[in-house]
Ligand binder design. Structure first.
Ligand SMILES: Cc1cc2nc3c(=O)[nH]c(=O)nc-3n(C[C@H](O)[C@H](O)[C@H](O)COP(=O)(O)OP(=O)(O)OC[C@H]3O[C@@H](n4cnc5c(N)ncnc54)[C@H](O)[C@@H]3O)c2cc1C
Length: 713
């Protein structure tokens, strides 16, 4: 009903505009016609002053409201007939009221559709308009070459308030109104429209319009000047870009810079590849592979094999982890990057000015610097820590002897992945976390499945506990755990692994001296363009956060590099709308966007659709039916807000949803895509099918039922 009303209104306005041209009204909004008739207009006005003003006002409002051309001619009429003062009063209010009607018309007919269709792309624009829309509108109004009707139409699509629109338009159009009304008072002298608005006057107005935008950017220009003025800018530079840190973020940054032919220096103080290759993703996933293999053997009966036994040495598994790192190493090596055109230096970098970095007592200059120094595992300050054998994700890979009892502190992704793996490799694992469940950021149902799996495998979960102290008694290492309620218990262990988070590497290499600002959580504070508070320095990866993944490090590295190299010409805002995450436990947990808890916390009304993997043929064939897919959508709409997949291959099934969310595709599109049978990815189609079934067109189906009945009888 609403849609048809909009269509009618749109049709009516279109008809009026077309009619205006077809019926030849265009001749009346012409300078020569105005000149010819100006005496008649004046005579009518002298005889009926109020009526003339009223007619003029109404005609002006209506013609601008429905975007009929001729506003400038009408404005001249205002001056010619009513004189400067009264002409300006009439035109100023009539044009603003007419513009406001056009704005409302555009908003009513198009805004909802445009905002819905381009919702993802418009988020930033909407936010910008809510904050600074008045400024933009003021500028547009003063750039008189931009058609009046176009501004009305476009502004109607934004979230700007009508009140703001009215007053800013009134103010922004005022200079041009005076100019045209004044010209109208001296109509005889005007031969053509360009006599009124010469290029010089148009440019002056535009400059007046751009002025507020310039004023707005003054603070950042001053800040930039203030930060940089304390340092001497080199006359020439050794490099276009210096990248500090050869982990995921630094490697991608230098790769991109070299690809676009910039001269780039990459400085790494330890091992190329950083955390992901040496102590993070690669070793942990290698360990998971071995431990998963063992776990699969224990399930041989599922596959009709009575029993399978495995013999293994813990140290061999850990050696394999090292050998996998070695196999991947060439991908991130100095040799490879040198071949790509990156100058690589092994050494500890120190930033000494916004353009200078010292490495091995040698100073190099660069137009821009990217900080990609990563993060390190957090180690808590607990009484007795110095007496016990403790590890972090940085050091655990040196283990060759299996700890009989392993205490894992922290049940986030890293704690769960490593805790489950070491348990499967024969350690008695106790996992401690102050939270009430594992994977606090993830979906409750997903965490519940993982917890029951961990417990079924013999991992002891001590939730709502924290470590009070460590001690050694009778040669045994003991952790005293306590709850908030004051309950305590003791756990004997041989080694403790801390997985309680990672803190940014920000100290000791010059950032403090330069005054690079940090966030509350201790990361380098960067803006949407990945710039730090020092204009020539950018940051990405774990050191900037907020996400600590290899794929986000690489993603933000692109923005840091492109903005640092080409920011003078064009800057790109980092897109952080759709970030996937995977915890490689069994069951595997992959997610993107909201889950029910985070949606509720954000005050979003969502609809949840669930598909159980036990319904999927491929899961049954593979004997891996545990798990589910959950999709959160906007109530009543085909817009995906979040997806959680729990089960085998969850991480491989997620990208279809990531793609859909990124490009604003809904479940209908997934349902209409052919998925090969029998694959795990088919589950994506099935959940889309369930959603569709829940939104079936009841009225249409009733009609079809009647249609079939009629055909039968
Ligand atoms: C156990 C574990 C498992 C993980 N699993 C995954 C996973 O499965 N998927 C995923 O996406 N992410 C995973 N991560 C996270 C991932 O490893 C990190 O997010 C990613 O490596 C961050 O890359 P980065 O470049 O920001 O930092 P890093 O890789 O830490 O690189 C920073 C580099 O900077 C160097 N450096 C520091 N200071 C200086 C200096 N002053 N001069 C010169 N060099 C310096 C360091 O030596 C280091 O090499 C895991 C992490 C851990 C710990």
């Amino acid at each position: 009903m609403l849609k048809s009303k909009k269509a009618w209104l749109f049709g009516l306005v279109a008809l009026l505009i077309v009619g205006f041209y077809l019926l030849g009204f265009k001749q009346y909004v012409d300078l020569s016609f105005l000149k010819e008739k100006s005496d008649e207009f004046n005579a009518y006005n002298t005889a009926n002053p109020w009526l003339t003003s009223l007619w003029f006002f109404v005609i002006y409002v209506v013609s601008t409201a429905i975007s009929i051309p001729g506003a400038s001619i009408l404005t001249l009429v205002g001056g010619a007939v009513f004189g400067l003062f009264w002409g300006v009063v009439l035109v100023s209010f009539a044009s603003t009221i007419g513009a406001s009607f056009a704005f409302l018309l555009s908003r009513y007919v198009f805004k909802e559709t445009v905002q819905k269709k381009f919702s993802d792309k418009l988020t930033d624009i909407n936010a910008g308009f809510e904050k600074e829309g008045a400024l933009y509108l003021f500028t547009l109004r003063l750039i008189v070459v931009i058609p009046f009707w176009l501004v009305n139409f476009l502004m109607g699509l934004t979230p700007m308030k009508l009140r703001t629109y009215f007053w800013v338009s009134q103010l922004g159009m005022f200079p041009a109104t005076i100019l045209f009304v004044n010209a109208g008072t001296q109509l005889a002298k005007v031969e053509q429209m360009s006599d009124i608005l010469s290029p010089a006057v148009a440019v002056s107005f535009a400059l007046l319009g751009v002025f507020p935008l310039f004023v707005r950017s003054v603070p950042s220009i001053v800040r930039r000047y203030k930060v940089l003025k304390a340092y001497k800018k080199p006359k020439t530079f050794d490099y276009n870009l210096v990248v500090i840190g050869g982990g995921s973020a630094g490697l991608v940054s230098s790769y991109i810079a070299a690809a676009v032919k910039a001269k780039v220096l990459l400085i790494e103080k330890s091992k190329m590849g950083g955390d992901c290759l040496n102590t993070g993703c690669i070793p942990s996933k290698s360990l998971i592979k071995s431990s998963r293999f063992l776990a699969d053997l224990t399930r041989s009966e599922r596959y009709g094999i009575k029993s399978v036994s495995a013999e293994f040495e813990f140290s061999d598994v850990m050696e394999r982890v090292s050998s996998v790192i070695k196999q991947v190493e060439p991908h991130d090596s100095v040799e490879r990057y040198s071949e790509l055109g990156v100058v690589c230096i092994q050494g500890e970098a120190r930033v000494v000015s916004p353009w200078e970095v010292v490495v091995d007592d040698k100073k190099v200059t660069s137009q821009n610097i990217i900080i990609a120094t990563g993060a390190k595992p957090r180690v808590p300050n607990i009484e007795g820590l110095d007496q016990v054998c403790y590890y972090t994700s940085d050091t655990i890979w040196s283990l060759r002897e299996r700890p009989k009892n392993l205490l894992v502190v922290g049940a986030g992704s890293i704690g769960c992945e490593l805790g489950q793996s070491f348990s499967r490799l024969g350690c008695k694992v106790t996992m401690v976390d102050i939270a009430e469940r594992v994977l606090l950021q993830e979906d409750e149902g997903a965490a519940a499945l993982l917890m029951s799996q961990l417990e079924s495998e013999g991992v002891e979960l001590k939730l709502r506990y924290s470590i009070d102290s460590f001690s050694v008694e009778n040669n045994q290492q003991i952790a005293t755990l306590k709850t908030n309620q004051g309950n305590s218990l003791k756990v004997i262990f041989d080694a403790v692994l801390f997985s309680i988070g990672r803190e940014a590497n920000i100290e000791g290499f010059g950032l403090e001296q330069l005054g690079v600002q940090l966030t509350q959580s201790g990361n380098i504070d960067v803006d949407k363009y990945m710039r730090t508070s020092v204009p020539t320095i950018y940051a990405c990866g774990d050191v900037a956060g907020p996400y600590q993944f290899t794929h986000t490090a690489a993603h933000y590295a692109w923005y840091s590099t492109v903005n640092s190299l080409f920011g003078d010409i064009w800057r790109f805002k980092a897109d952080d709308r759709v970030i996937p995450r995977v915890t490689f436990t069994e069951p595997e947990i992959a997610s993107v966007g909201y889950n029910e808890q985070s949606a509720q916390a954000a005050g979003l009304l969502t609809e949840t659709t669930v598909f159980k993997l036990s319904e999927l043929d491929r899961a049954i064939v593979d004997g891996k039916t545990e798990g589910f897919i959950k999709v959160l959508t906007v109530v009543g709409k085909d817009k995906i807000l979040g997806v959680i997949i729990v089960g085998e291959h969850a991480g491989e099934m997620l990208p279809e949803f990531v793609l859909a969310m990124k490009h604003g595709l809904g479940l209908n599109k997934i349902l209409g895509t052919i998925h090969a049978y029998p694959t795990w990815a088919e589950a994506n189609k099935y959940i889309a099918g369930i959603w569709k079934k829940n939104h079936k067109p009841e009225k249409l189906l009733k009609l079809l039922e009647r249609y079939h009945l009629a055909k039968r009888t």
